[in-house]
Structure formats: structure tokens, C-alpha cells
Design a protein around this ligand. Structure first.
Ligand code: ATP
Length: 354
């Protein structure tokens, strides 16, 4: 969404290695975010995402590592001297200050005159479409408006690094869509580095240029959303993008997963992942004949609604999910505990090195 990486100054952006040790938790993460780039941190609860943001902001001390922003060390500075804008889930606006004074607070603390700070704040409120709410206090703003004031306030200090922690989580579903689209435009205009934490893969894909997946305090995968979705490397990522994922051993045209030999559309030798979409799994009551495909005997472990379809959880030589239509569930008379045949075409089975 932003300028290509090669057009940016060579030392611009964020370079960090963050080590934070706690009694039962160790974070050790490397982050490279170019100026103008938006990176989303995704990961399960307790993975360390918020700790990354807090460490970048200087709210949590580093046990090891270092941070540079636009070529200058950042970890040696106290929070208030880091050129960082922060938007957290609950916005943390000052309740007794107007929207304008909330936004003016940062520039004022940086030494701007009252008039200058208010002029900057007015311009930013206008940019986020809230010029007419300048005099209103946070208690009388909607969730979406408060979120935009929080973004304006974060941008008012002319940050070189923007940290967003679940910025849309407090909004209802409808407002979230609208604010997400606006936030995307504001982020595209921002020429510093942005690190966004979210639980929502869609939010990450819409807002970020690149995803970094953190589990147990470490980066387990990174890349564009298409790269991550195409080749998930952990169960968490596979579930996130809705794919069946197995680890096996490739011998060229096949990957052996446990006792099951799967044909794939790609050739892999050695340790390999195999992935296929639940929608690519077909179910049969009796053994189907015909075109070659991956076929196995499975036991139905559970059946649940999944959007307009039904997701059938399968046990057997491999565990897998199959998405079928409600009509197919009725036709096949599917029920938990039942034995069934499951099939996936080789062309819909993707293999890649593990
Ligand atoms: N102030 C703290 N003191 C001690 N341990 C903490 C503190 N804050 C977080 N932790 C622990 O550090 C680990 C990482 O927490 P963190 O909040 O960074 O995870 P997260 O990925 O942001 O999770 P969530 O998605 O649930 O917000 C967890 O095990 C958590 O219990």
C-alpha cells in the first residue's frame, strides 16, 4: 500500500531485537519494519505481542537486544523521548479534556506553544474527519470517534513509529469495518514504521503489508499475507488461514504423513508440510471409484455450522476438517462417530519443505 521498499532511505525504519525475560516467559524477537511499512503481529493469547509493543515503547525494560529507529538508538531513551505514537485498545483518552486538547497534549508536552499545539491538533482532527467534535469530551464520543481521536493524538507528536494494539477491538462489527477502511488510508499516508497487534487475521491482512506470527515469545513465520496463507508453518497459522496442515516426509510426488501417502501438486524431498483447504475435502459413504486422488477412511469426530456450510471434523490416519453443504450432510446422513471415506484431489493438495 506504501512506497516500494527500495525507494526508502537505507537506514529508515525500525530495527529491533527484543529480549524480555520473565519467570515463566521469554520473549526473543527480531523486527525489521521499513519506514512507510505496516507490519501486523499475530499470535495466540500470551504469545508476547503486547510485550513487543511495550518493549518498543519503553514501558517494559529489555533484558537484552537493542532498538534503532531511523538509524538512531531508541532503547536508551525513556518513553517520553521516543518518537512514538501509540493507540491502544481502550484509547486511554483524558476524560476531562476536549478532543482537541487530547490531541494537542503531545505537541504541548514537546514544547509547542498552546496556539501551535492547538493548530496541529485541529489539522489532525480534520484529517480524521472530526473537526466539528473538537470541543467534545471523550465521554460523549462514539467508539469509532474515540478511536479516530486516539489516532489523531498518536500522530500529533509526528512519530517515526506508530504502535497500534488491537486498535479496533472495542468497536462493534459495523463500525469496525468503516474505521478499518479509514485506518488503512491513514496508515497509507503515514511515512514512519507501523507495528500493529491484532487477533483478527482479516484485520491484519487488510491493514498490513506484512505479517509476523509470534508464538511462545518467538517469531514462527513472517511474510505477506498471501505467503503466510499459502504455506503455513504451524498449527496456529493453519487454523488462522483455515487450512488442514500436516507434517510428513516427501519423496518427490508424494508426502507420507503417518501411514498415509498423499499425492500433491508439488514435488518435495525430505521433511515437508502438506496443506489443503477444508472445502477441498469430499466425503463419501462408500469407496468412490474414478480419478486418482488422495483417499482415506475417516471417522466423524464432530459436526458444526461454519458460515453457510457445515464443517465436519475427521479422525483417522490424519485429522482433518471438511467443509460441505447442509444438503450434503442430509444426503450422506452424516453423524458423529460414523465411518466415512474422505478424498482430496492431488491438485488441491499443496506440499512444501518443512
Ligand atoms: N506485567 C507482567 N508481569 C509478568 N508476566 C507478564 C506481564 N505481562 C504479561 N506477562 C506474561 O508474559 C507473556 C506474554 O504476554 P503478552 O501480553 O505479551 O501476550 P499477548 O501475545 O499480547 O497476549 P494477548 O493476545 O492475550 O494479549 C504471558 O505469559 C503473560 O502472562
Amino acid at each position: 500500500m506504501n512506497r516500494p521498499v527500495q525507494d526508502r532511505p537505507p537506514h529508515g525504519g525500525l530495527h529491533a531485537r527484543l529480549v524480555v525475560e520473565r519467570p515463566a516467559f521469554r520473549l526473543d524477537v527480531e523486527l525489521e519494519v521499513a519506514a512507510g511499512e505496516v507490519v501486523a503481529l499475530l499470535g495466540p493469547n500470551g504469545a508476547g505481542k503486547t510485550t513487543v509493543l511495550r518493549a518498543l515503547a519503553g514501558l517494559t525494560g529489555l533484558t537484552g537486544g537493542s532498538i534503532t529507529l531511523d538509524g538512531r538508538p531508541l532503547h536508551t531513551l525513556p518513553t517520553e523521548h521516543r518518537r512514538i505514537g501509540m493507540v491502544f485498545q481502550d484509547y486511554l483518552l483524558f476524560p476531562h479534556l476536549s478532543a482537541l486538547d487530547n490531541v494537542a497534549f503531545g505537541p504541548r508536552s514537546d514544547g509547542a506553544s498552546k496556539a501551535e499545539a492547538r493548530r496541529t491538533a485541529g489539522e489532525l482532527l480534520e484529517r480524521v474527519g472530526l473537526a466539528e467534535y473538537a470541543a467534545v469530551r471523550p465521554g460523549r464520543l462514539s467508539g469509532g470517534q474515540a478511536q479516530r481521536v486516539a489516532l489523531a493524538r498518536a500522530l500529533a507528536v509526528r512519530p517515526r513509529l506508530l504502535l497500534l494494539d488491537e486498535p479496533l477491538a472495542a468497536l462493534d462489527a459495523h463500525t469496525r469495518l468503516e474505521i478499518r477502511a479509514q485506518l488503512r488510508r491513514h496508515l497509507a499516508d503515514f511515512d514512519g514504521a507501523t507495528v500493529l497487534v491484532t487477533h483478527d487475521p482479516l484485520e491484519a491482512m487488510v491493514l498490513a503489508d506484512r505479517l509476523i506470527v509470534v508464538e511462545h515469545g518467538s517469531v514462527v513465520q513472517q511474510g505477506t499475507s498471501a505467503e503466510v496463507a499459502r504455506r503455513p508453518r504451524t498449527d496456529y497459522v493453519a487454523r488462522l488461514v483455515g487450512l488442514n496442515l500436516h507434517r510428513g516426509h516427501g519423496d518427490g510426488a508424494h508426502v507420507k504423513v503417518g501411514e498415509l501417502l498423499l499425492s500433491a501438486s508439488d514435488h518435495v524431498e525430505g521433511p515437508a508440510f502438506v496443506a489443503f483447504a477444508p472445502a477441498a475435502v469430499a466425503l463419501y459413504r462408500s469407496r468412490p471409484d474414478g480419478s486418482p486422488r488422495n483417499l482415506w477412511r475417516a471417522r466423524i469426530d464432530g459436526i458444526e455450522r461454519h458460515g453457510d456450510n457445515v464443517r465436519v471434523h475427521l479422525d483417522g490416519p490424519i485429522t482433518a476438517s471438511a467443509d460441505v453443504t447442509p444438503a450434503a450432510v442430509a444426503d450422506l446422513d452424516l453423524s458423529p462417530g460414523q465411518e466415512i471415506w474422505a478424498a482430496v484431489k492431488a491438485t488441491e493438495t499443496h506440499a512444501y519443505p518443512a
